[in-house]
Design a protein around this ligand. Structure first.
Ligand code: ZN
Ligand code: FE
Length: 239
């Protein structure tokens, strides 16, 4: 089993520190900044063996270099991605990554970027999905099409309802405001809005969310066709 620690960095990014309970092996997911991560690692006496990068954007990789310098950890990055410096292992669909006894499977979700990947720890029911799936939202289509994002959503929808969703940004409240304009009378969305409001009022993260909620109240997961998803994405881009 994994201990999962959430570290807020930059404006609204989340970095995750994963520690395998059996072996103490640890990893850092998407270090957009080094300093707060190193402070956390030092305070907990952790020396990460791996960095897991979901995609190349600077707000997910900017801390890579300092962490590698300090800990000599290996960067695990998407296959076909040459925009992540120092990547030691390039992984594609179905690859397994062992963090001690905890095993992640790679799920390719090209859309936000052309090589974006997610890390799925089946045994821990935890999904690290970067900027593909947000709580009640999805990433912008910088390098892929609505069809690509639709395919990605179908893949993630196939995972169990009780999967915890660890995404790259705290965008949930703004996403809910948009979702309310396209999903009317959605009871799951209404109760989730209340829950998130209470968490955020206490400055607590809304993350992780539950995949069950996303399947029912995230417009981009609810969308029945790629066209519908593309329409929502366009509306959201101008919201
Ligand atoms: Zn991004
Ligand atoms: Fe991002």
């Amino acid at each position: 089993m994994l201990d999962i620690h959430l570290i807020p960095v930059l404006q609204d990014n989340y970095v995750y520190v994963l520690v395998d309970q059996n072996t103490g092996v640890s990893a850092v997911v998407d270090p957009g900044e080094a300093k707060p991560v190193i402070d956390f690692l030092e305070a907990h006496n952790l020396k990460p063996s791996f960095i897991l990068n979901t995609h190349h954007h600077w707000d997910h990789t900017n801390g890579n270099h300092a962490l590698v310098e300090k800990y000599g950890c290996q960067i695990v990055a998407p296959a076909g991605e040459d925009r992540i410096d120092g990547a030691g292992q390039k992984v594609a669909e179905g690859y397994r990554i062992e963090i001690g006894d905890s095993i992640a499977t790679v799920i390719e979700t090209p859309a936000h970027t052309k090589t974006h990947i997610c890390f799925y720890f089946e045994g821990d029911k935890a999904l690290f999905c970067g900027d593909t799936l947000f709580s009640i939202g999805c990433g912008r289509l910088f390098e892929g099409s609505a069809d690509d994002m639709f395919q990605a959503m179908q893949k993630l929808k196939a995972l169990p309802d009780d999967t915890r969703v660890y995404c790259g940004h705290e965008y949930t409240e703004a996403n809910i405001q948009f979702a309310k304009t396209v999903l009317e009378n959605n009871d799951v969305l209404k109760s989730y809005e209340q829950e998130v409001k209470e968490l955020r009022a206490k400055s607590l993260p809304s993350i992780p969310s539950k995949l069950e909620i996303e399947k029912k109240a995230n417009p981009f997961m609810v969308a029945k066709t790629a066209n519908e998803l593309g329409h929502y994405r366009q509306l959201k881009d101008n919201f």
